[in-house]
Design a protein around this ligand. Structure first.
Ligand code: NDP
Length: 255
């Protein structure tokens, strides 16, 4: 076996990717499959296109329908994964939403929608996965999608609910990392800067023009540029890393 495969390879592992039907989740699902993992993709509207891309690349994947805010649906998806694949080794807890609205204009329903999807949804998925890993004695890796917005306040758009949800993800990650360290489960988070995906590409040009001078590299990142960090956190390369938040932001948060 080649040295990099020994460290970063995921052969024989089952990776769950939430929100893998498009955007970052789709690209990272393909990256996990190319590193050797079988990939189960969970989203509300299906991920057939991602499954096709993975199969075309010679990998194995399947799509399951579940809303991560609904515990019963998540439990059913996990049960299906165990039935089909027999294991759950890696979770890329990625599904999320963002609403750009001034605080005085945003409704409490919108605040709840963002917190429910990004923080409670990731908690529901991590908890269900942790339960299975502990029961089956799997020394798994859970990677929670945070954001640089969990550390800084984006300008000029206002998005207090999103920022608060991602700050919550970072500290929930630390909490679960400590709670489950004795069982050998590692929990880390990933904090990207602006990444060009459907969530951000449809952003009005005026807003993107306002972001560019704030980005040290004067460009958004690509979803592909997140794959190496995810492979690090998913694999035995990060065997002694838990409770960490890995920034992949092109230096944005240094300013
Ligand atoms: P997209 O909007 O492109 O994709 C989001 C995915 O999440 C979709 O597949 C969607 O599928 C799924 N999803 C949303 N809500 C739920 C739900 N309740 N249950 C199940 N699936 C759900 O977003 P991105 O790829 O841009 O973002 C992915 C993650 O990365 C998010 O957590 C986001 O906050 C984070 N992030 C993004 C950045 C960016 O600049 N793009 C920067 C930093 C972090 P469906 O609608 O079918 O359910």
């Amino acid at each position: 076996m080649r040295y990099l495969d020994e460290i970063f390879g995921l052969s024989g592992k089952l990776a769950l990717v939430t929100g893998g039907g498009r955007g970052i989740g789709q690209v990272v699902a393909l990256g996990l499959a190319r590193a050797g993992a079988e990939v189960a993709i969970v989203s509300r509207s299906g991920a057939e296109q991602t499954v096709k891309l993975i199969e075309q690349a010679g990998g194995t994947a399947y799509s399951l329908i579940a809303d991560v805010t609904q515990e019963a649906q998540v439990d059913a998806a996990m049960a299906e994964i165990i039935k089909r694949s027999g294991s759950l080794d890696i979770v890329f807890n990625n599904a999320g939403v963002c609403i750009h609205k001034d605080t005085l204009d945003a409704s409490i329903a919108e605040w709840r929608e963002v917190l429910d999807s990004n923080l409670t949804g990731e908690y529901i998925v991590a908890r269900a996965a942790g339960r299975i890993m502990i029961k089956k004695n799997i020394k798994g890796s859970i990677i929670n999608m945070a954001s640089m917005s969990g550390r800084i306040v984006n300008i000029p758009q206002w998005q207090a609910s999103y920022n608060a949800s991602k700050a919550g993800v970072i500290h929930m990650t630390r909490s679960l990392a400590i709670e489950w360290a004795p069982q050998g489960i590692r929990v880390n988070s990933l904090s990207p800067g602006y990444i060009a995906t459907p969530m951000s590409v449809d952003t009005p040009k005026a807003l993107k023009d306002a972001w560019t001078p704030l980005m040290p590299m004067r460009r958004m990142g690509t979803p592909e540029e997140l794959i190496p960090a995810v492979l690090y956190l998913a694999s035995s390369a990060s065997a002694y890393t838990s409770g960490s938040d890995i920034l992949v932001d092109g230096g944005y948060t240094c300013l």
